[in-house]
Design a protein. Structure first.
Ligand SMILES: Cc1cc2nc3c(=O)[nH]c(=O)nc-3n(C[C@H](O)[C@H](O)[C@H](O)COP(=O)(O)OP(=O)(O)OC[C@H]3O[C@@H](n4cnc5c(N)ncnc54)[C@H](O)[C@@H]3O)c2cc1C
Lengths: 102, 410
């Protein structure tokens, strides 16, 4: 479905995740963070950059991987994105909801 | 003579030995299968052991009984694989060269991953039921337990049989009802997922059952530690859930042998092509069952479907033919819901579990995603099918390795 945010139209799925990463830009990321009640700082953006880089390499993300990333430890990751951090950060980063395999 | 070596004689390895035994013979081929254990455990039975529904004898049999006589069973620890030099080193130092290698070393619990999990409360008020010993210790605890806060907990995904913890919560509800102490027990289901299950339609059906049985759910919970003194589990965000009895599913990992052999990912699972089941790194190595990193359920039924497809691919590989990208992630699981009923779910990589009938479209008799007594009979019959058909690699009538789309309400 279409969503209008930060003066652009983006494609999102029913849970609000971007379906086309190429539509993402920092203004959209900022607007999405506001919806999640998060005020972005340079530390937040470092984490978002890391998530996007992993996504581009096709590497599935998990809380465990983030903890071992040397970018941020799990404690700080939670401090930055307090509620369901991996899902919230993925949404802001414009990448798909992390697939937890079953 | 060429040699095919199978690592692990659990569900998947045993099925491969039985399948390949029909195709690869002396004098051209020898098949070896290696396992350090003498006993084959029917792991789905671990769910029933704590509630005195199954006895230990129902779920253990000698490994030897299921290995065909022309296959060579080696009972020894596997120390390391040398994939570049095509040999396996055993715990006793013996080296076994191979032409084709199949990895079926499964997955096991790693409670040491979470601080405090194996602390002073381990097997006193903190239990697992993913091991034979854990399930038995929990049975003894439950026999005398008079009530309090029961917390059923999943540490992180992926785990074997991802619905087993939910089934445990449902069976606990029935068990305490039968003992007339359900009003003394508060049941909480704690999960790192955002709901009862990962797929939306099944989550809705299961959430409904949780409500009906008065089981409270705490979702998006990423555990940091178990605090044995205060009897709480704590998540990274500082959220706490108190327990009197904690039944946890610890992190599941592949066997350490994959780390020693530098063949595993960060959880020791083997990077595997999700459709051909060939190793992503070595052409003559294949993997199936719980040991792989593919995004399919870690379940015996999945291993069964994989084994049919992998047998064909191994024969293609041996004959120098292209592999077939056939595995679609097909899984078929009964979910015990307590009170003598069960649900059935059938899904694959691209289709989530939906309602419908199984195995015959429009007829059933099994109902997908709906609670019924017939489904429960199906779950109990699974044990017989497991020992008598699955392990021997017998094709289950009417159930195909690839998921059937007819009869399903997508
Ligand atoms: C509580 C519970 C409930 C379940 N319920 C269901 C269900 O209802 N339906 C369903 O389909 N599935 C269910 N499962 C999952 C099912 O049991 C597994 O998916 C299946 O057994 C996997 O088979 P496998 O061969 O990959 O691994 P396993 O059967 O675990 O076999 C691995 C073998 O490798 C051997 N091994 C490993 N490392 C070494 C080494 N270094 N040296 C020597 N030997 C080694 C082990 O000894 C073992 O015998 C359940 C599992 C659990 C824990």
């Amino acid at each position: 479905m279409n969503k209008i945010i930060a003066d652009s139209t983006i494609q999102v799925n029913e849970e609000g995740y971007l379906t086309d990463f190429s539509q993402w830009n920092q203004a959209i990321g900022t607007a999405l963070s506001t919806e999640a009640n998060i005020v972005m700082t340079p530390r937040h953006w470092e984490v978002i950059d890391y998530l996007q880089a992993e996504f581009k390499k096709d590497i599935p993300l998990s809380i465990r991987k983030i903890g071992k990333s040397n970018v941020v430890d799990i404690k700080e990751f939670y401090a930055l994105f307090p509620v369901a951090p991996l899902k919230t950060a993925s949404k802001i980063a414009g990448i798909p909801k992390p697939a937890s395999c079953i | 003579m060429k040699r095919l070596v199978i690592l692990g004689a659990g569900t998947a390895g045993t099925m491969m030995a039985n399948h390949l035994n029909h195709h690869l013979h002396a004098p051209d081929w020898e098949i070896d299968i290696i396992d350090e254990r003498k006993t084959h455990y029917y792991q789905p039975g671990y769910l029933f052991l704590p509630f005195d529904i199954y006895e230990p004898d129902d779920i253990i049999k000698p490994i030897q009984d299921f290995i065909p006589k022309h296959v060579n069973l080696i009972q020894e620890k596997i120390n390391r694989v040398f994939p570049k030099d095509n040999y396996v080193e055993l715990g006793n130092g013996l080296k076994i060269p191979y032409d084709v290698l199949i990895i079926a070393t499964g997955a096991k619990i790693a409670p040491e991953e979470v601080p405090g999990m194996q602390g002073s409360g381990w097997q006193k008020d903190v239990f697992d039921f993913y091991t034979f010993e854990g399930a038995l210790a929990l049975r003894d605890k439950l026999r005398d337990w008079t009530g309090g806060k029961l917390v059923v907990h999943i540490t992180e995904m992926p785990i074997k049989c991802p619905v087993a913890p939910l089934e445990f919560a449902f069976l606990a509800d029935s068990y305490f009802k039968n003992k007339h102490i359900r009003d003394q027990v508060e049941i909480t289901f704690v999960t790192p997922l955002s709901g009862a299950f990962t797929k939306p339609k099944a989550t809705a059906a299961l959430q409904h059952l949780l409500d009906e049985k008065n089981i409270h759910i705490e979702s998006d919970f990423a555990i940091e530690q178990v605090d044995n003194d205060r009897k709480v589990i704590v998540d990274y965000g500082g959220r706490e859930v108190p327990y009197d009895l904690l039944v946890t599913v610890p992190t599941n990992k592949g066997d350490e042998v994959m780390a020693r052999s530098e063949m595993g990912d960060d959880l020791n699972f083997v990077p595997t092509n999700k459709a051909t089941l060939q190793s992503l790194v070595y052409d003559n190595i294949f993997a199936l069952g719980d040991a792989t990193n593919i995004a399919a359920s870690k379940a015996g039924s999945v291993a069964h479907f994989e084994a049919e497809i992998l047998t064909n691919n191994i024969l293609h590989f041996i004959h120098g033919e292209p592999l077939r990208a056939e595995f679609d992630g097909h899984a078929n699981c009964f979910i015990e819901t307590g009170g003598g009923k069960a649900l059935l779910i059938d899904f694959n990589y691209s289709h989530e579990p939906v309602e419908g009938e199984f195995p015959f479209p429009g007829v059933g008799p099994l109902r997908l995603l709906k609670e019924s007594r017939v489904n429960h009979m199906g779950k109990l019959a699974f044990r017989w099918i497991y020992w008598n058909m699955l392990l021997k690699g017998t094709h289950i009538p009417f159930v195909s390795a690839k998921m059937q789309e007819a009869g399903k309400h997508f």
